[in-house]
Structure formats: C-alpha cells, structure tokens
Design a protein around this ligand. Structure first.
Ligand code: GLN
Length: 491
C-alpha cells in the first residue's frame, strides 16, 4: 500500500472516531496520519529506521501540560487562546526520544473532576458507550488512546485523574512516584499531590514512555533520580517477571472504607458496583495463576483519604490558581474601573462553577485561626496514610485495589452526583497522598464496559507494577471497543 493510501485510511478512521468522542481540543491530523503510515510501513518491513521504541510515534497531551506552539487552556475559558511558548520537560524528553506531540486533549477544568464534563469546551464521550463519560480529569487522553487515535497520551494525576479515566476507557494508566517525572510545564492544581502520568495502549508502552520521561530536572526542585537498585524499566522480553507478594484488602474493609467515605450515604459510591466487585475477584484469581502470592492486608486509614485529599487539594488549588487574575495570566474583561474589578471580572467570567467552589473551599480551610481544624489535621491524616502504606508495603511488593467503585457512569441522572464522584476517589487519592506509584490496568469487559484494577507499589517500584500488568495482559489480552483498529503495533 502506498503511503498516501495508508494516510488517507488513518485520517478517515481518526476523523470518524473523533466526531463521536471529541477527545481532542487541538489535533494535528496530518502528523497523526503520517505517523500511522510510518508505523504501518515499519511493520511491513519497508522502513527499519526505528531507533528507539518511541521513534516516530505520535502522542496526545492533556491540555494542562505545555507543548511549544500548541494551546494550553487547562479546559478553562480563562485561558482560552493561550499558546504555550515552551514545552514541559516530560514532553521535551519524549520529543528527544523521537515521539511526536500530535494534539491536546480535553479535560475537566484545571484537573478538577472525574468525568471531563467540567470542561469549558464540551464533553468527551467514552469510546465504549458514547452516552457515558470517559472519566476524568484526563478523559480526553484516555478516550484518544482507547479509540486507537494515538498509542499513548500524557495526563496528570492529582487524585486519580490518569487511572480513573484509563479504567473507564479500558486502557493502562500509570501514576508515577511523586517526583519521578518533572512537573515543569504542568499547570499546577495541587502541587504536593500531582504527577505527570501516562495513558497507554498496553503496559509495555507505558514502560517505555516512563523510561524516557523520568529523572531529575533542574527546572523542578521536587524531581529526583530513581535510586540505584530501583526495579528496572527495561523491556520484559528476555527476562522473567518477578513473582510478587501482593497485598489485598478484605472485602469487609473495602466496604467499610467506602461507606465511611460516602458519609453513610447509600449512593452508588457507597459500595462497589457488582461488576467491579466481580472484576476484582477475577483479577485475584488471574494474578494467583500467574504465580503471584496474595496475602490479606489492611489500610485502616483508607477511609479518611477523601476528606484529607479534598482539604489539601483545595487549599493548594486556592493558592495555585491565584495567578489567574487577568494580569499575570488569563483573559480579562474589555474594560474595568480598577484593579479589583479587573481581577473579579476575570475570575467571575473565566472560571467554571467547580473551580470556583474549590477555590472557596480552599480559602475556607486556610483562613486564619482555623488551620488547625482542617489543613493541619488533613496533613496529619496524610502522614498516617503514608505510614499505613509503608507498613503494608514492608511485607508485600504491591497492594491490589479497585480503581473506582463503578464502571464508566452516565450523564445527569444516570450518573453520579458531584458529591458521590468525590467520595468515590478513595481508592485513587491515597496513592497521591502517600506519593506512591500506582498502575491501573484493564482486566476485561463487563456488561459492555471495561473493568480494571490497580496496583500500588513502593516508591520507584513502577518496574514491578508494569511487569505484573504486562504478564496479566499476556494471559488476558486487553479488549478494545468495537471499530478499534490496531494502527500502532506492539510496544
Ligand atoms: N477526581 C479528582 C479531583 O477532582 C481527581 C483530580 C486529579 O487527579 N486531577 O480532584
């Protein structure tokens, strides 16, 4: 097949998918099509030029991560029209490895949400069922990968925003150890919690992306090199995956934590959806059959994760988002009488309701005289959660957990209330509070929607988690939505 035929074929494929799911806010259709043609030629053996596993591969970038010359709106009207003059370190390192940034993806405004419905630029639909959300906040990145429009995408994970949408869309979502990947060029939401993460079409791909991106960066003082002796990120082929000791929470303690997190509300978030529970049980059997040892473990402070997370995240957000005042950043009103009116007008028109709510909440928990009651208490809980994980991970290599209590939910009344969505973050936000790596991977399809689980590991233990997920994939191949075509080959 000639290159033009290959390109036209991909363009039609991608155009049709994008019309259905709206994953992108900006898309370089030509770059994507020529990359697809290149990969096809390479697979046919006509072009052997691939030097690195990422050479020539296109990737999508969540719209809160800077790519030089592309938009950087964070899903917010306030930053609509902003074009980034520079690239994030994570992006620059992937470009240095030969990958090609080919678009910016939709997201909940400033990363605040679990559905991508809180974007100022419209919704993203789940490729498995367009009436359902893609998850969030990195919903555009997850949907783009799930539909096969790119082999991988970058997202940001502050409390689950890479893992939850990956799980909803049936792809792999990796939140690295805090500090393992530079945050330079990631627009800050809650700096002490967030990491740049990877959404990928398989664990092996996620591994090569992480290998290219990670490491200390002089532009981010919290970034660090992986310590000597950290599990390898070299490809699994040619070496044995280790058998892991995997800690599993008892069903009773999962149920207790969920009920506490949902504040006793008998909502969808107050218990595991039966399909999710079944997927979790099945995953245990598969992991056992792959030679891993499963042991019961406890994380007593899990149930305090959500309140601590939302206290800390909103406090940090209220400080981080202060820069969007129409002077330093942001679209300002055409006319204002004075400084205060300018700032008020900018923020009133620019921010959506969820962002305003969180800034108010953050200001409330930080107000003078009350820090002891909320913020400092949340920090103490955070320390407790970190200790809980440390203790559990001293006797096992990883902890197996659900990602989210439900599969991809519907919109409006068919979905989850904003409160239930927040309560449902309990399985994901704890890894952020503890700074640990966590990998969500698909385990199958139930009732027409993807289901998955996550493994939380020791700091810089991503290699072990990825190996385990790749082993799982070999036993249970990742299912793809109807109409998916594998353009990107094996990682
Ligand atoms: N659902 C979480 C929140 O709304 C996820 C945020 C994130 O990871 N960016 O805060």
């Amino acid at each position: 097949m000639s290159r033009t035929v290959l390109q036209d074929g991909f363009s039609a494929y991608a155009g049709a998918w994008e019309a259905r799911i709206s994953a992108f806010l900006q898309r370089d259709a030509d770059a994507l099509a020529s990359a697809a043609a290149l990969v096809a030629e390479r697979a046919a053996g006509r072009d052997q030029s691939a030097a690195s596993p990422l050479a020539g591969l296109p990737f999508a970038v969540k719209d809160n991560i800077a790519v030089a010359g592309m938009r950087l709106s964070c899903g917010s009207r306030l930053l609509d029209g902003l074009v980034s003059p520079y690239s994030a370190t994570s992006v620059a390192r992937l470009v240095a490895a030969g990958a090609v940034p080919a678009g910016k993806t939709n997201m909940d405004e400033f990363g605040m949400g679990s559905s991508t419905d809180c974007s100022a630029f419209g919704r993203t639909n789940n490729p498995w069922d367009e009436t359902r959300v893609a998850g969030g906040s990195s919903g555009g990145s997850a949907a783009a990968v799930a539909a096969g429009l790119v082999p991988f995408a970058l997202g940001s994970d502050t409390g689950g925003s890479v893992r939850q949408p990956a799980c909803f869309c049936g792809v792999v979502g990796l939140k690295p150890t805090y500090g393992a990947v530079s945050r330079y060029g990631l627009v800050a939401y809650a700096s002490s919690l967030e990491t740049v993460g990877v959404v990928a079409d398989g664990a092996a791909r996620a591994r090569s992306v992480l290998a290219a991106m990670r490491g200390a960066d002089p532009l981010d003082q919290t970034s660090v090199e992986a310590p000597a002796g950290a599990p390898t990120l070299s490809p699994l082929s040619g070496r044995e995956a280790e058998s892991l000791t995997i800690g599993v929470l008892s069903a009773a303690s999962v149920a207790k934590a969920l009920a506490a997190s949902a504040d006793g509300e008998a909502s969808a978030a107050g218990m595991l959806e039966p399909e999710v529970e079944r997927a979790f049980e099945d995953a245990k059997d598969v992991l056992r059959s792959l030679g891993h040892r499963l042991v019961e473990t406890e994380l007593p402070s899990l149930k305090y994760g959500v309140p601590a997370y939302y206290t800390i995240a909103t406090a940090e957000a209220s400080a981080n988002l202060a820069r969007f005042d129409g002077i330093r950043y942001g679209n300002r009103p055409a006319y204002s009488e004075n400084h205060d009116e300018l700032v008020d007008g900018t923020r009133d028109a620019g921010f959506g309701d969820e962002v305003k709510l969180r800034i108010l909440l953050g200001t409330f928990v930080l107000r003078s005289g009350f820090q002891d009651r909320y913020y400092l208490r949340a920090q103490r809980i955070r320390a407790g959660i970190r200790r809980d994980f440390e203790r559990a991970l001293s006797s096992c290599d990883a902890i197996l957990m659900p990602v989210f209590p439900t599969r991809a939910f519907g919109r409006g009344d068919a979905g989850l209330s904003p409160f239930a969505q927040k309560a449902a973050d309990l399985f994901t936000c704890c890894a952020n509070l503890a700074g640990l790596p966590a990998l969500a991977f698909p385990t199958g399809v139930s009732g027409g929607l993807p289901v998955g689980v996550q493994l939380v590991g020791r700091a810089f233990g991503e290699g072990l988690l990825l190996d385990a997920a790749e082993g799982y994939e070999a036993a249970v191949p990742i299912a793809r939505p109807e109409g998916y075509r594998a353009y990107w080959g094996k990682a």
